[in-house]
Every structure is written in C-alpha cells, then in structure tokens.
Ligand binder design. Structure first.
Ligand SMILES: Cc1cc2nc3c(=O)[nH]c(=O)nc-3n(C[C@H](O)[C@H](O)[C@H](O)COP(=O)(O)OP(=O)(O)OC[C@H]3O[C@@H](n4cnc5c(N)ncnc54)[C@H](O)[C@@H]3O)c2cc1C
Length: 495
C-alpha cells in the first residue's frame, strides 16, 4: 500500500488557526469543514483518498503569492491542484498540507493572433483554449483525452500529451512562457511570447515538474492554424505484430501522421459497445491513423498509408469521407478509458513508454502477466511514439485485488524500463510510480533531481511525498551513505 510522509499532528491541530490566517488573504476561498474538504480527497488515481488539511481557492497571482509566503513562514506544506484528473496521484492531498486549488483562476487573459499565442490563467481547461480561438481558424495542439476537464496548469505540471502530439509535440513544445510563484512567494516569469528565451532553459525545467518547483499562475501557449483538411483511416489487423510492423514502416517512410493510435481487441470491444463507432470486432488490433495538411498532400498520404498497411496484412480499412466520420473514428478511442470503466468495477490506468519495435513482445508478456495475476487487461497506445496505456481491470471490493493490480502495474513498468523504455509517457510519476524511480534512475540521477528541487524549494514544502522515493527507507535499512562524516542530502528531512 502507498506510504506517505508521517503526518505532523501539530499542524493538523492548528487547522482553524491556519484557516483564519489564509481567510485574511482569500476571504471567500478557504474550505476547512469536513464535508467541504472531502470533495478534494482524491484525483484521477481514485484508489487513494486523503482529505486535505484545508483547501484554498485563490483568484489572483497576488493571493497565490501571499498564501505561499504565509505557509513558507509557518512551515506549512502545500499541494497544488488544477482539475484533479491526474492519473498518477500528483494532486493527492496530505492530511497536514494546504491544498491550493487553481480552478478559480480560469480566465483567458489575451489572444494575440499576430504572435499566434494565448495568455491564460492556470485553471482554464485545455479544450477552452481551442474553443476560444477556433472561430478564427486556430487551435491549441496538445489534446489529452481529459481535455474537457483538465486545466492548462495541470498540463504544464504533467507535460501532458494527446493523440495529436506525435506530429505537434507535447505541452513542453507548445508552451512559450509561464508565470510561476515559488514556495516562498516570489513571482517569476519564464519565457514569454517568443520561443527560445535567453539564458538557461528554466521553462523546460518547470514544464513536467509535477507541482514540486512552484505554482504556475499564468501560461502563454502557442496557437496553430487549423490544417486545411484532416482525414483518418480506421484499420483492422489480424495480429498486433502486423499492426506494429505497419506503424514502424509508416514512420520509417518519413510520414508523420497527426495521430496514430492502436487498441487491442478487449479495448476495441469495450469502446465499440460504448460509442458504436463501427470498429471491426474481429480485429486483434485496431489502428487509427490521421493525416492532415493541404488537401492534395493529405490525399497523397492517405493512399501511401493504405498501401503500407495493406502490405502488412490489414484485414479492414475505412477512410473518413466527412468530418463526422473522422470524429466518429476518434470517438471510441477518446472514450476508451470510460468504456473500460463500464465493463469493470475499477480499472488502473498505467502509462509507460517502450521502443516501438518491442511492442509485440511487450504485449505478449503483458497477457502472460494478466493470466498470472488473474486480472483482465485492455490496451490502448499512442502507437506512433510507443506510449502504452494498459488498463488493468480489478474490483476494489474484493480483498487483495487492488494490491494485485498494483503489483501487475509495477511489473509492466519494470518491463518498459527493461526493454529500453521509460516509466512514464505523459501521466507523470506522482505517487503511483514514485517507488519505481530507482528502477530507472541511479542514486546519482535521483540526487541531482533532488538538488534541483531544493534549488527552487529549499524547505521542501511543495507537493511532498510525490515523485521522489521516501528517504526514510534508507535510514531504516541502515543504508545511509556517510562520506567524510557527512550524510548525503543533508538538506532533506529524514522520517
Ligand atoms: C479519462 C482521463 C483521460 C486522460 N487522458 C490523458 C491523455 O490523453 N494525456 C495525458 O497526458 N493525460 C491524460 N490524463 C491525465 C490528466 O488529465 C493530465 O495529467 C492533466 O494534465 C492533469 O491536469 P489537472 O488540471 O487535472 O491537474 P491535477 O490532477 O489537478 O494535478 C496534476 C499535477 O499537476 C500539479 N498542478 C496542477 N496545477 C498546477 C499549477 N497551476 N501549478 C503547479 N502545479 C500544478 C499538481 O500538483 C499535480 O502534481 C487523463 C486523465 C483522465 C482521468
């Protein structure tokens, strides 16, 4: 089971005193009653719940800065939260920490078509950015499946991706600037409207930092012109290996599709039963390939992809003739997670990345693990970049099944690293993968990452218990490395 840093009972006892101090800063945005706090007890990793010490909902950067300054002076920990859709438990509250919700900072501050940027507050949802500019023919490219709900601040913190990131890049490639408040209340601006700001790439450090380095209070995103046309192919394959080979050849031929997604048979069946998109139910693997650009180029690429996939044994092929068809092809893929939620009481969504060529082998090993643990599995992947989303089905009401699902998930992530991949593609480390970090990073790597954290947040008050394995294990196991009379990481607390 998940272990968190020990709770400071002294801070919990001060709940009402802390609430009163923070109400002086955000008069209408502090929640300290039991029922109100319970609303925030979980994020997308619903297996874990913990009501926060209290919730603060600021409306301005100045309020965020004052809240953080006060908490810093008092040694009170803070967990930032956007919309709470994190699947890795990044926004999981702590009993002795303030939960800082950015949802009320939800205004689009500026749209600048000349520079093709929008400046937005962190609580604006991902989709709301596109909605605000689509009439002018623009959009914001990264499109997580949760885009209707997730906030741009959360996207920055997780470096989120989506089906169109294969061609257009992840959040890090589409964010030009941020305003960030450090743990001590200092307000920094990194980057701006123009790409490649001078100096160290601190913006690159902040994107993907999972709320550990500062609180993002403003984001400048790039806007792209809508491509003239987009067409999608829906392809069925008799085996995952053949679909995988087709993906490899599409990429090797120099084509970069706007999106290239694969689903295995269980995921296809679950999605089809949910959205009735017309998916081929006999296929062992379903591939959706989207091409976009000028019409003539798009038509040419559609034919090229058809030829490649037919060479690799595609058993069915539909091409979208209308925009409605295209959206219909995607509807099942975009709803794959809730679709699996309909056929299993609970599911655990994993996120790891592997080299594309290892896909058939990894899938075969995953089905062996599924049999070993006695738990169902459906697979959805961003096939173009090797990002896997195995969905492990379990029932939390059956004693021991959550633990089994977690052990199964940990085995999958270890396998991702073993075949040359990485622990996460886009959902972050959070608490979910925290204890697996040593599978991928050496002690030296982790020490460097901790030093970076300490440079931004020396008192270690922001989002504790996330990303880094807890150090007390070393102490308990008697493995603290003392060199020349000094323990390593003297700046970090021992539990
Ligand atoms: C059904 C479903 C589908 C999903 N599909 C995708 C997908 O396709 N691609 C993908 O990448 N993710 C996906 N996700 C995961 C999730 O939506 C993303 O990680 C998203 O970016 C989280 O945004 P949020 O606003 O909900 O952040 P939260 O869950 O509230 O927080 C996530 C992390 O960001 C930190 N944080 C939040 N706001 C700030 C801020 N302003 N400043 C500093 N730190 C902050 C939190 O501390 C936490 O560590 C999916 C989730 C669900 C439930």
């Amino acid at each position: 089971m998940l272990e968190m840093p020990p709770v400071d009972a002294g801070v919990v006892a001060r709940r009402e005193e802390i609430a009163a101090a923070l109400r002086a800063i955000v008069p209408d945005g502090v929640i300290s009653d039991v029922d109100g706090r319970r609303v925030y007890e979980s994020d997308g990793l619903t297996a874990y719940q913990q009501p926060p010490l209290l919730v603060v909902l600021p409306e301005t950067t100045a309020q965020v800065a004052r809240v953080l300054r006060w908490c810093h002076a008092q040694g009170v920990q803070v967990v930032p939260r956007g919309s709470g859709t994190s699947l890795s438990g990044g926004a999981l509250p702590l009993a002795d920490a303030v939960l800082l919700g950015l949802g009320r900072m939800n205004r689009i501050l500026e749209v600048d078509y000349a520079d093709r940027v929008a400046v937005v507050q962190p609580g604006v949802t991902n989709l709301a950015i596109t909605r605000a500019v689509e009439d002018a023919g623009f959009y914001y490219a990264p499109d997580p499946s949760s885009q209707i709900a997730c906030s741009i601040g959360g996207n920055v913190a997780e470096n989120s991706g989506g089906v169109h990131c294969l061609k257009y890049g992840l959040t890090t490639n589409n964010v030009l600037g941020v305003e960030i408040v450090l743990a001590d209340g200092e307000v920094l601006r990194l980057g701006g409207k123009q790409p490649e700001a001078a100096g160290l790439d601190l913006l690159g450090v902040v994107v993907g930092s999972e709320g550990l380095l500062g609180v993002v209070t403003e984001v400048t995103v790039a806007l792209l012109p809508r491509p003239e046309t987009a067409r999608a192919l829906l392809l069925g394959f008799p085996s995952v290996a053949q679909a995988g080979e087709a993906v490899a050849e599409i990429i090797a031929s120099g084509i970069i599709p706007a999106g290239m997604e694969m689903m295995d048979k269980p995921a296809t069946h679950a999605a089809e039963a949910f959205v009735h998109a017309g998916y081929p139910l006999d296929a062992e693997a379903l591939l959706i390939v989207e091409l976009d650009g000028p019409r003539a180029e798009c038509d040419h690429l559609v034919e090229a992809v058809k030829a490649i996939t037919s060479r690799h044994g595609a058993s069915s092929c539909q091409t979208s003739a209308t925009e409605a068809d295209r959206l219909n092809f995607w509807a099942g893929r975009k709803a794959a997670f809730p679709a699996v939620g309909r056929i299993s009481p609970d599911y655990y969504c994993m996120d790891g990345t592997i080299p594309r060529r290892r896909l058939p082998e990894v899938l075969a090993r995953m089905s062996q693990l599924s049999a070993h643990y006695g738990l169902g599995l459906a697979n959805v992947f961003h096939a173009g970049d090797g990002n896997l989303h195995p969905l492990i089905m379990y029932d939390a009401n059956i004693e021991g099944q959550l633990a089994k699902a977690e052990a199964f998930g940990a085995d999958i992530l270890r396998m991702c690293v073993e075949v040359g991949g990485v622990l996460t593609g886009e959902h972050g480390v959070g608490v979910e993968k925290r204890d697996l970090m040593p599978e991928m990073f050496t002690a030296t790597d982790l020490a460097q990452q901790r030093r970076l954290k300490a440079a931004f947040d020396p008192a270690l008050l922001l989002n504790p218990g996330k990303v880094f394995p807890l150090l007390h294990r070393c102490t308990e196991m008697g493995r603290v490395h003392v060199h020349h009379g000094k323990a390593r990481f003297p700046e970090l607390p021992r539990f």
